[in-house]
Structures are given as structure tokens and as C-alpha cells.
Design a protein around this ligand. Structure first.
Ligand code: DON
Length: 304
């Protein structure tokens, strides 16, 4: 298996130069563009790791699935989806479009920034507690107590996240956000700057695949219905306005982040973590997409 994974990495390496690292968050522009890593974990307990699988990168939008899970645990499905919708969008991930329509329109889904900021606002806790609960939840699911956030990336996002700030205040004005906007944005910026490896995100994928149960532990961390909701939203919205083509060509429910990570989950089967920092026009890892397509074909993973 590792041989196959190495071959897939080398086959897609040329794509590095066809993309670009995210530079709208200045601290992200400093990452090494040449790292490529893969980790696969299946429900039978097999792990396969290749390349720069243990290099840390910021989780970015992949954190949106964790904040969604915690918001669902804290509030239940009905309350969460009163404030955000379940629907894909043709707009890019950082859009404000529709939020200021004369008739009130909810953020389309929890995977775009507006929806994710609302999701974060729904996590219970005061001050630091909200972020700490999210961090602890990520540590529990990854079984990695050392996960923390990158202070430089966090401050860089806080400094330059004007568009996120604009949409958060607009949503506050439209009644989608309760509480202090700056405090909520602070949690959002911090959660995006949490550092993980492909092993950590593969573990999250496996947790979803295993219906919210940690492998080798009997107790469910949360209800299986949460895995079902999150996986469906990943399949329809997880790769932003490329989600339809991705579903048709790869067929693995996935979530990307501008740090270069892609997390895949195959219900009842496996979790996949892929990392390569250069991005395509949608903000998805360009090598990551190539790798996921090849994995899907070679290992027959397309769920559709
Ligand atoms: O808010 C932002 O723009 C970033 N912190 C996260 C965006 C992101 O990862 C989009 N993903 N592909």
C-alpha cells in the first residue's frame, strides 16, 4: 500500500507549481510549498502513511466540521439549522453575497465562512471557554492531546480578516449571531490556526466513518446522526463551489482548508488525510485533488 501511495504522490508532484499558497493570510505565505503527505486509517485498525504525513499545517476550514459537530452537540439539529442552511452555493467560500438581500436569507451552509462563523457562535461557553471546548473536542477525536494553535497565523488572520469581520457584523445586524461579534471572530480565527498533521485529520475522517465512535473504545462521543449530517454536508459543500465536480470525479465526502489539507471520510470504511499547500482557484489543495482522484480510482473508493 505504501508503494502505491508513494507512486500517487510522485505522479501528482508536478501540480505543485500549477497552484499557489494562500497569501491573503500573510503568515500562510511562508509555508514550504513542496511538502506532500498522505495518511489513511481504516475501521479495521490499519494505518498507511507516506511522504510528509507528519508535517504540521493549519487546519483552516477543516475546523468547520468540528465546530459544526460541537454546535450540533450543544444545540441539536433544529436550532443550528434555524440559523444556517444545508444548501451548496456557487459562490466562493468568503462570499457576503445574499447576506444583505432585502428578504432575510440564512448563510447557505456551515462550510462557507459566513455559515462557519454562525456555527462557532453556537458553541456554548463564555470568553476563552468556547475555544477551549472546541480545542478539547479536536484533541479527543484525534486522540492527540498535543494539538494547539499557531499564534502567528492566528494574529495574522485577526489582523487581515476584514471580510470575515464585515460578514460577521452584517449577520449580527440580520439576527443570525447572538453575543459579542469580536469575541466570536476571535474564536473563529483561532480555530482556523489550529495545527494538525495528515494523521490527525485522517483520525477525524475515521471518527466520522465510524459513526462518532473512537476505534477501540466502546463509548460514542456523540450521536451517529451527527456523523450522517456532517458527511452529507461535506459531500455537497465541503469543497466549496467545486463540490459538484469533486463529488462526480472523486466521490469521497471531503473537506478542504487553505492550509493545504483535505480530509476525506468513507462511511463505515476509512478516514483519509492529504496535505499539500498550493491551492487552486477555489482554495482547495491542487495536488490534494489529484491525489484524492487517484486514491478513489486505485482503491475503488467512490461512494456514488
Ligand atoms: O477565514 C478564512 O478565510 C480562513 N481562515 C479559512 C478559509 C479556508 O480554509 C477556505 N478553504 N479552503
Amino acid at each position: 500500500m505504501e508503494d502505491l501511495l508513494s507512486k500517487i504522490i510522485e505522479k501528482n508532484r508536478y501540480l505543485i507549481s500549477k497552484g499557489a499558497v494562500a497569501d491573503y493570510i500573510p503568515a500562510l505565505s511562508k509555508v514550504n510549498p513542496n511538502n506532500i503527505g498522505i495518511c489513511i486509517m481504516d475501521v479495521d485498525g490499519n494505518n498507511y502513511k507516506t511522504g510528509n504525513y507528519d508535517v504540521k499545517f493549519t487546519i483552516q476550514s477543516i475546523s468547520k466540521i468540528m465546530s459544526l459537530m460541537l454546535a450540533l452537540i450543544d444545540n441539536g439539529e433544529d436550532k443550528v439549522f434555524k440559523k444556517i442552511d444545508y444548501e451548496p452555493t456557487e459562490e466562493p467560500f468568503n462570499t457576503l453575497f445574499k447576506l444583505d438581500f432585502p428578504h432575510t436569507v440564512k448563510p447557505s451552509n456551515p462550510m462557507i465562512n459566513s455559515g462557519a462563523i454562525v456555527t462557532t457562535s453556537l458553541i456554548k461557553g463564555k470568553g476563552e471557554e468556547r475555544f477551549n471546548r472546541l480545542l478539547n473536542f479536536i484533541r479527543t477525536v484525534t486522540e492527540n492531546p498535543n494539538i494547539s494553535y499557531n499564534e502567528e497565523v492566528y494574529l495574522s488572520e485577526k489582523d487581515t480578516g476584514h471580510k470575515n469581520r464585515a460578514m460577521a457584523y452584517l449577520m449580527k445586524a440580520r439576527g443570525f449571531i447572538d453575543g459579542d461579534v469580536e469575541e466570536i471572530l476571535d474564536v473563529y480565527f483561532k480555530q482556523c490556526s489550529i495545527e494538525v498533521t495528515t494523521v490527525d485529520i485522517a483520525k477525524i475522517g475515521l471518527f466520522l466513518a465510524n459513526r462518532c465512535k473512537l476505534l477501540e473504545q466502546d463509548t460514542k462521543v456523540c450521536d451517529a446522526r451527527i456523523a450522517s449530517i456532517v458527511t452529507a454536508i461535506m459531500a455537497t459543500c465541503g469543497m466549496y463551489n467545486f463540490s459538484g465536480e469533486y463529488a462526480a470525479t472523486v466521490g469521497i465526502p471531503s473537506k478542504s482548508g487553505v492550509g493545504g489539507g483535505i480530509l476525506g471520510t468513507i462511511p463505515h470504511k476509512m478516514g483519509i488525510g492529504v496535505f499539500s499547500p498550493t491551492l487552486d482557484q477555489y482554495g482547495n489543495s491542487i495536488v490534494g485533488y489529484g491525489i484524492m482522484s487517484d486514491l478513489s480510482k486505485e482503491l475503488n473508493l467512490n461512494i456514488f
